[in-house]
Design a protein around this ligand. Structure first.
Ligand SMILES: [Zn+2]
Length: 131
């Protein structure tokens, strides 16, 4: 298994109301451009949590440039970078979508959308794409 959890010290840094220059430099050193892209996705409201009724299930979506990606927190993302760079090449531990989801959840800075299980099934067909 690839460890995709942030360290306790990283969670603490991200929990603060305002990130300092020091925080940003720390994360940029560790996650490079992905951190900036992730932070931008969070700030632009592109991290979305769907709550489906009546099942009570949830889905995390990160809206990218061209399409939406399904993120299973600390486990999986449907983007190409996750498949190639995380799973196959093992170059990185997370794509920027996985990072964005964690930042959004820690900072409680995500959109919540109430939906239905019928809608969830429709979404699943589109999200199964991994290109
Ligand atoms: Zn991804």
């Amino acid at each position: 298994m690839i460890d995709m959890s942030l360290l306790p010290t990283e969670i603490k840094r991200l929990s603060k109301d305002e990130l300092t220059q020091d925080d940003i430099e720390y994360f940029r050193d560790k996650y490079e451009k992905r951190f900036i892209r992730a932070l931008r996705a969070v700030e632009e409201g592109r991290v979305i949590k769907y709550n489906f009724e009546p099942s009570g299930t949830t889905k995390w979506i990160v809206r990218g440039q061209r399409r939406e990606y399904l993120v299973i927190p600390q486990v999986f993302c449907t983007c190409r970078s996750f498949y190639h760079s995380v799973v196959i090449d093992r170059e990185i531990s997370m794509c920027y979508h996985l990072l964005a989801q964690q930042i959004a959840e820690i900072r409680e800075q995500f959109k919540s959308i109430e939906s239905t299980d019928a809608e969830r099934r429709k979404m699943s067909a589109e999200l199964r794409r991994t290109d």
